[in-house]
Structures are given as C-alpha cells and as structure tokens.
Design a protein around this ligand. Structure first.
Ligand SMILES: [Zn+2]
Length: 268
C-alpha cells in the first residue's frame, strides 16, 4: 500500500510539473506574438514642423514632506505627432471626432504593402493601385475591416532623426518647402474606399500624404469617406505581410481631431 501511494504521489508530482512547463511555454510563446508598434513620447518625438512638440514637466520628483516618495509630471503636445491617429474631422467638416469612433472600429486585419525598394530610389514615392494589386496577387483580396499599411522604411529605418524622416530638421513655416517623404496617392486611397471595405490606412512616415503635397488629397479623400488614419507606426520590419491583427488604441479626447495611440499587433 505504502509503495502504491508513493507511486501515486510521484505521478501527481510529474503531472503538476508537466502542467507547469506547458503553462510557462504557452505564456512565453504568446509574449512573442505581441508586437509593440508605438514610438515612446519624449522631446525627440516627431511632429509637423509647425506643431507644438511634446513637453514633459516634472511637477514633483522626490521625497514629500511626510517622508514618502512622490512623483508626478505634466505633459502637453499637439494631437498630431509621434505614433498617432487622425479622426475624419481632421479633413472633413462633418466627420467624426476621436471619442465618437467605437473601440471595435480601431481593431482590424493588418495588410502590409512593402514599397521599401521604391521609396529607397525615390523619397517622394506615391503608393499606386498597382502596388495594391501586387499584394492581392500574392495574399488574396484585402479582408473586410483591414488596416492597409504602407511600409516605406522611412520611420522604420530613421525615426526619430528629423532630417532623414521629414527631409528637414527646420521648424516653422520655412521647413514646409523642404519636406520630403513618401505617401499614399489619392488614386490608391480612392480605390481602397470604393473597391474594398477598409477601416483605415497607416504609414511609417509623419503623414499619409507625401511631403511635397500641397492639398493633402489623400487626407481629404480618406476623411471625406469617414475612414481612419494612423501615422508614424513603428516596427513594420517585424510585421508579416498578412495574417496579423492590428490594435490601434487612441486616447478618447472629446472633440479630438487626432490623438496619440498605443498600437500593437497580434501575430498568429
Ligand atoms: Zn495626423
């Protein structure tokens, strides 16, 4: 009896060890499937040259009178800088503001269009309908509710080097003629809106319109169709061309035309 019960104990122990190893392994592999696609905010965060940059002020940072540690900051910035979203109101008078867009609308399949080679040759490259066709020939039709992401390599390689990302490190109006980076052509945005059922478009540059744009046509078309934009998305080199789900979680600023967002992908 005694030896039987000790055998039983050994079996139970072994079962527990196996269970522990299985849990530890699954936790580890699920960690690997989570990709953070957000640049942290600090004084180097890239904003439009005419916009107010990110500012952090330490209000308290030390031992309080009562003897305990107490730390608290204040921060301020433009809505449109770093990894951030645009609400339709940004370029459409009757468009929705950030807090009017339901949380579930911010989540969708990630479609990555790799145009890094084209952008290497031409910093002012415009994504074409042909680039979308090429992706669909390989991976199938763009799924409903997708975030269509233009992978230019600009932020992914150079962020937060302003000169190499924006084409200039000047600030204010004098920087505007020097802006140079790729973007979506208005035709490609029209195609995605009319021929496909997307949630929004994203890019690893500071704007979905290219740097040389004067009228921001990609913004006008997209916002006019009540769709969403995501700019300065990080870590695109680690995202697969299809199959991942993108989570774009902006701060729900009331009347917000845009907002900083924590962006991540779950990769199957
Ligand atoms: Zn924006």
């Amino acid at each position: 009896m005694r030896s039987e019960s000790s055998l039983l104990k050994k079996w139970i122990m072994l079962a527990f060890i196996c269970l522990f190893v299985a849990i530890a392994f699954s936790a580890c592999s699920s960690e690997e499937k989570l990709l953070d696609m957000t640049y942290p905010y600090d004084e180097s965060t890239i904003y439009w040259p005419t916009a107010k940059p990110f500012k952090l002020e330490k209000v308290s940072w030390g031992i309080a009178e009562g003897g305990w540690w107490y730390a608290s900051n204040e921060f301020s910035a433009s809505e449109h800088g770093g990894t951030h979203v645009d609400a339709p109101i940004h370029f459409a008078e009757k468009g929705r503001t950030i807090e009017q867009i339901p949380l579930k609308e911010w989540i969708g399949p990630a479609v990555k269009l790799d145009v890094t080679k084209q952008c290497e040759k031409n910093r002012d490259y415009l994504l074409s309908v042909g680039d979308i066709d090429n992706w669909e020939k390989k991976y199938g039709k763009i799924p409903d509710g997708a975030w269509v992401i233009m992978y230019t390599g600009i932020d992914t390689k150079y962020y937060p080097d302003k000169k190499r990302v924006l084409g200039t490190d000047k600030t204010g109006e004098e920087a505007i003629p020097e802006l140079s980076f790729p973007g979506f052509s208005p035709e490609s945005v029209k195609f995605l809106i009319k021929e496909r059922n997307i949630t929004g478009i994203a890019i690893d540059t500071p704007s979905i319109d290219y740097g040389k744009s004067k009228e921001f046509n990609a913004h006008q078309v997209l916002c006019g169709a009540d769709k969403l934009a995501l700019e300065n998305i990080a870590n695109l080199d680690k995202l697969p061309p299809s199959g991942a789900t993108l989570y774009v979680i902006p701060i729900p600023i009331k009347q917000g035309t845009g907002a900083p967002a924590r962006v991540f992908a779950i990769i199957p």
